[in-house]
Design a protein around this ligand. Sequence first.
Ligand code: NAD
Length: 478
Amino acid sequence: MTKITVAKGDGIGPEIMDATLDILMAAGARIEVEEIEVGEKVYLAGNTSGISSDSWDIIRRNKVFLKAPITTPQGGGYKSLNVTTRKFLGLYANVRPCRSLHPFVSTKHPVMDIVIIRENEEDLYAGIEHQQTDEVVQCLKLISRPGCEKIVRYAFEYAKQQNRKKVTCFTKDNIMKQTDGLFHQVFDEIAKEYPEIENEHWIIDIGAAKMADTPEAFDVIVMPNLYGDVLSDVAAQITGSVGLAGSANIGEECAMFEAIHGSAPRRAGQNVANPSGLLQGAIMMLNHIGQSPVAEKVQNAWLKTLEDGIHTYDIYKEGTSKQKVGTKEFAQAVIKNLGQKPSVLKPVSYSGHTTMNLPKYKRKAPARKQLVGVDVFVHWSGTDPNELAQKVKNLAPEGTQLSMITNRGIKVWPDGFKETFCTDHWRCRFKPVNGTPFQKSHIVNLLQQSMQQQIDTIKLENLYEFDGVAKYSLGQGQ
Ligand code: NAD
């Protein structure tokens, strides 16, 4: 018997969770449910995080969490509880299988069977955002070596365990040479350890277009957080419905299982929602806790039900479907089919699909790190970069000089184009003059000077070389 934490969530959450648990229990899952309240109700009751500390204790104690969707306020309000949970619990791998169920669920892609493995903790989802000037806000994109190593290794181990043939990596490293560049580099390093599995890299834009057009060309796809968020919804949708896909969020200690869709508030309380996405999450949970025979039984009964044409409104189609049913009736139909297998769709076999024990991340010996300059970001509402250059040149401590000014990344001084549009957010790069070593004290002097001369410095970024290689971006056009 495994104790699991269950949250019924918001919107259609309670209905699809009840349906899912009914199916699991009828299939003989050896689980004991401990329910917690999370999301909108908790938030409206005055707990601004949307979850109480007692609930966190329960989640951490049970380690396995089955969660229905939660409503997240857009723009203001509390931070997404989903994102918080994934990060607090170190759930670094988000696994989303997307498979078509042709001819029973209408899709333009009858032979699609891909698994998207999305990095789940970092990238732009670090959620570190600041407004810096009247006109400019920023979001920090953080990519770490441990983050990349863990997710890429997970993708290859997953492919190995599930007999998949290829792992593809999507990044935009032609533009983000440092962040996405690291992800790609780590992918190439780790791929070498799995010679039996084919590997390839695509630039995300054309890769995404190819995936949406010819998904059968892909098998397992691994990618950074934001791209994975967007593309896993695309992948699920083109199998026929976002309502059909579930996801596993896996960490070294804990795991959370859910549907990929949201709380669909407009559909709540009408017994119309499709419980399949959450059920798919629950099936991955059963595999994770070592109950693969039950997982297999539920999945085959679910496939049989879809094959029988018993469909909820989102996938119901005149001609292919036989009966339009509500949430509860769909669950009853799956329960009736427990023990049966689909006859047209391929029945599943989950032997060996257990928790993977991945090696722990090992920190490498530190590189030789050398400070070689600084980018000083300035809020200035003038328009002529030459005028700004004259002002900030005077900030340079002895042995250093202003080497470049950019605006939104494009070089505007020296030799800028008058056509380039400029905002009030300027990056002024200071570097040492002919070989003088650059020191932290130079930065302190620069800041003091900028205060004295009433230059509004809003942020600094140190420029470093690691083992002699410059690890900062050039200005566009530089
Ligand atoms: P959504 O996925 O909730 O719904 C979009 C549309 O898809 C719905 O209107 C409905 O037509 C359809 N749909 C989704 N799930 C379905 C199902 N099971 N059965 C039938 N049809 C289904 O997306 P949204 O409207 O953008 O988001 C609603 C709320 O959910 C937001 O507050 C959002 O932040 C939140 N959300 C939560 C999660 C999560 O908890 N993991 C994920 C995504 C969105």
